[in-house]
Write a protein that binds this ligand. Structure first.
Ligand SMILES: N[C@@H]1[C@@H](O)[C@H](O)[C@@H](COP(=O)(O)O)O[C@@H]1O
Length: 262
């Protein structure tokens, strides 16, 4: 694991965007795994800027999103498909047909999940997966006690996640769908690189447990300790409960510039 602590979310997102941009420049057919939530928004804004001002080319890139609420049509205000279209896809030169978000309206959910896994394999696997983290340590919608071997499937949200996400549904928990389709932890672990973003004090406990606690299904993101290439871009607040923060800073600052965001 590589823990990169920056003064704020904006600076951390710009550093994370450099990693994504480097991959896309080196491998124009890159397959990106993408996340929703408020956390990756600054990353997406920076990728849009790199596209507009520096010609970062997404025309051959393929994307797979982590998750989607069940029961929300693609055009619903809070569907993750709509979120991605508005926050990123419509603002870069990606081909819409190369973007994938699980179908929350699928008539046969298990079949749709299996097809999603198959599509990832056929695309050549995910080169770089962007992750946020829930305050309970979930990645995608893999809630605590999700199997580390899990693949794309239906999950039930925890009450904590429903409460956390109510802010997107006019503060009304009753309007938050209780079920979702999410890539599994096994799916996420197959990505060649995992790039996790976390900002704010609300994530400090989950980050400390994920990075420095035991690997356990109760803290799903902790499995990233076993990933060969997991980079965490976090701000000071999210780093505030890490015991070895000084060490992570020392490691990062000791690297030559070209290696820092590689
Ligand atoms: N399914 C998403 C996760 O992928 C995301 O990481 C999490 C954190 O959201 P935020 O970034 O808004 O804190 O929210 C949702 O539950």
């Amino acid at each position: 694991m590589e823990i990169i602590i920056k003064e704020n979310g904006q600076v951390a997102s710009e550093a994370a965007a450099r990693v994504v941009a480097r991959l896309v420049r080196e491998k124009p057919h890159a397959v990106l795994g993408l996340a929703t939530g408020s956390t990756p928004l600054m990353l997406y804004k920076e990728l849009i800027r790199l596209h507009r001002e520096e010609g970062l080319d997404f025309s051959q890139v393929t994307t797979f999103n982590l998750d989607e609420y069940i029961g929300l049509p693609a055009d619903h205000e809070q569907s993750y498909r709509r979120f991605m279209n508005e926050s990123l896809f419509k603002r870069i030169n990606i081909k819409m047909e190369n973007t994938h978000v699980p179908d929350g309206m699928a008539a046969d959910v298990p079949a749709a999940c299996a097809a999603y896994e198959q599509a990832i394999v056929e695309a050549g696997g995910i080169d770089l997966q962007v992750l946020g983290i829930g305050s309970d340590g979930h990645v995608g919608f893999n809630e605590p006690t999700s199997s580390f071997a899990s693949r794309t499937r239906i999950k039930t949200l925890t009450r904590q996640t429903v409460a956390d996400n109510a802010r997107f549904f006019c503060g009304d928990e009753c309007r938050v769908p209780k079920h979702c389709i999410t890539m599994g932890i096994g799916t996420i672990m197959d990505a060649r690189m995992n790039l996790l973003l976390a900002f704010g004090e609300g994530k400090a406990g989950a980050i400390a447990a994920t990075v420095e606690g035991g690997v356990a299904a109760i803290m799903p993101a902790s499995i990233l300790q076993h990933h060969p290439c997991a980079k965490f871009f976090i701000d000071e607040a999210a780093a505030s409960k890490l015991q070895l923060a000084g060490y992570y800073r020392w490691v990062y600052e000791g690297k030559p510039g070209w290696q820092q965001d590689a």
